[in-house]
Design a protein around this ligand. Sequence first.
Ligand code: HAM
Length: 425
Amino acid sequence: MIRSIKGIKDILPDQMPRWAIIEATAHKLAQCYGFSEIRIPTFEQTQLYSRSIGESTDVVEKEMYTFQDRDGTSLTLRPEGTAGVVRAFLEHNLTSQLSMRKLYYIGPMFRHERPQAGRFRQFHQFGVEVFGTEDPFMDVEVIGLLWQYFSDLQLPDLTLYINSIGSTDDRQHYITQLQTYVLDQVQDFCENCQRRVQTNPLRVLDCKVTKCRSLTDNAPKLLDHLSSLSSSHFQSVQEGLSLLKIPFTLDHRLVRGLDYYSQTTFEITSSHLGAQNTIGAGGRYDGLVKNLGGPITPAVGFAVGLERVNLLLPDSLIPSSPAKVFIAAFGELGRPTGIKLLHTLRQSRFIAETDYRAKSLKSHLRTADRLGAQLTIIIGDDEKKKDLVIIRNMQNKMQIEVPISLVSEKLGLWMYNNVDIFLIS
Ligand code: HAM
């Protein structure tokens, strides 16, 4: 048997009601905040990702699924959505149509990471991107939407962390100081940090190794090196969050693993998850559109890991499955009559099912039970001859006889008006 690939999961039918809620809430909320949906391709030219995310990031260095097209072009399965949305934004000139663009997407992403709880090689994100405003209140709006999404889904024990990594200039000044600090004791840092201090120094700050963390506790802080412009932007973001009563915690280590960020960065974690506890994250990326060949365009966005949302989603939010009717039709006359009735019920949008293999009432009822049908409509030759059907309540096994011509009407009263079918004369 050919098995699925490690870290790449099927989402089986019993999980779908959970995913339906997760996705429907995302669509509803994003639209409520004025976002329009965009569907971008699942693979693009490799250079789109390497230029956006950064050559020296983990994602580009070791996590991308990259392959050669037949003409030799290097292509990559999307590891995230932001780069593709910016490419589409520029390619379709969405810049010129409105002064501000708010786009959202839901779909699979691909990263060759070591699979573990909450971390997969194919996973799904709900993401939003806003182009065209540097107003700090847009950062607040985007964070507010993320917070609202998780609140609507009643996810437990959330913490919002925020930070500012300032402008490119702010970082350049700061990075020299950070490098000096780390290089002074470089032999005490883990191997990864020893390499990163040269290739991507900011990432030394979010190393998970305890020894490195205690060493960087006393490192110079980026927040102390922000220009007055960056500082006042970050101040306004904090004021905006307080205005909306969204609780937050400052985290000077929050530098994010993708290189396109500037100014505000944020993530939301839940203490109910293990090591992979970030459910949504994002920030400002004011330089990316220009970096990909467009005009200077400030931007901000986030992405949520939907598998992690699913792990936290309370069962109480999942609606009970809709009422289902089963048709148990048999005999030379009963079977065609039942099949016709099945067709009629489906045309009226009842959820109706039968089992063409079942030859006896007993096996019909077994299937009806397995499918979770509330009612079974029994029709054999005897019933057809009298133009009747038997309606059986699968829970209490009560049965009544109903003329075939009245079945749809009675089922309608039962389904939509909550009328007990056994009390209708
Ligand atoms: P990211 O932090 O790389 O940001 O991913 C966002 C979220 O996707 C993570 O917080 C996590 O919940 C989920 N995620 C990432 N990798 C995996 C994985 N291997 N398995 C399961 N879930 C995962 C971005 O992707 C940015 N594009 C966000 C953004 C949008 N920034 C601005 N706009």
